[in-house]
Design a protein around this ligand. Sequence first.
Ligand SMILES: Cc1c2[nH]c(c1CCC(=O)O)Cc1[nH]c(c(CCC(=O)O)c1C)Cc1[nH]c(c(CCC(=O)O)c1C)Cc1[nH]c(c(C)c1CCC(=O)O)C2
Length: 344
Amino acid sequence: MAGQKKLLRALAGEKQDVPPIWMMRQAGRYLPEYRATRAEAGDFLSLCYNPELAAEVTLQPIRRYGFDAAILFADILLIPQALGADLWFVTGEGPRLSTITTESDFAKLGPACDIHETLNPIYETVRILSRELPAETPLIGFAGAPWTVATYMIAGRGTPDQGPAHALREENTALFEALLARITEATIDYLSKQIEAGAEVVKIFDSWAGSLKGEAFQKYALEPCRQITAALKERHPGIPVIGFPREAGGKYAGFAKATGIDCVALDNSVDPAWAAAHVQADGCVQGNLASRHMVTGGQDLVDETRRIVEAFKNGPHIFNLGHGITPDANPDNVQLMIDTVRGG
Ligand SMILES: Cc1c2[nH]c(c1CCC(=O)O)Cc1[nH]c(c(CCC(=O)O)c1C)Cc1[nH]c(c(CCC(=O)O)c1C)Cc1[nH]c(c(C)c1CCC(=O)O)C2
């Protein structure tokens, strides 16, 4: 069923001599061809909603590097926008959204079933990519996890400690949980449409999972991921799901079993030998190389890449970074990483 695609074979639990490789944010500002297409689109959001150009930037890193997977070009904050939040990007600073802190803010959001009107161009991007990607290159669809998306919707921007979201969670738990439930429902529908349009794998990005401790992690990171995964696998039997509870630390262990996901994406704070013993024991793992190596390069990059490949060589493994590549990265260092993984 997994066919010959290396990524799908790893997700199905197969150990390979050379792991498949792709990179978080592989379509991005470190590539001159991305910057040119983004300029043609006008701005980042216009690029996300332009199916031809979004497909073009998705394909750019595949053409340049021959990665073993493509990831849909879009953003986790399109869901809040499709639910009715205002969204814009401030150059050099990041995203801004209208905030949700009261029942009346929440009441202004639309129902989950209304998101597709806004998100239809994204499904069109997926359809174009299904036609244009090389036969051996699967397409990964994605969405943000409800907690991470909620942190942006509550604060109206990225925050270092997710303070406003934690405050709402403690002070108005009912409103916080209603918001999470709405995002969860929308995310299931959104990912389901991506799969219908041709995505062969989906990934759930919980970039701020690490700030949820103890029972809160179980309720607001693990449980929504379990719900989304169960609903998708019921609608689309066999669809592989990658989960990324970033900075989950010791809670990476057991996460795949508890949620039903097929692969756990690791950030660069976990020791690969520990993760091989405690996370990969349950199935496929992905990630772990610190993104800064794409800036600094050299022998350190080669040594770290080899250390990770070696640590995970006895089980299913997808080579990737521990977080997205940054705009100051050198494209030559990406090639060096790929050559090291493939050439030893
Ligand atoms: C938290 C989060 C966001 N977006 C995303 C996350 C989760 C993963 C993570 O933790 O990095 C996920 C994301 N964002 C983007 C993708 C596309 C696919 C890929 O190549 O990985 C994916 C999977 C494109 C993007 N999303 C964004 C860019 C840069 C936009 C530009 O061209 O100016 C890209 C290529 C913008 C974005 N989008 C977001 C922020 C905070 C920012 C601004 C920060 C920055 O400028 O890098 C929200």
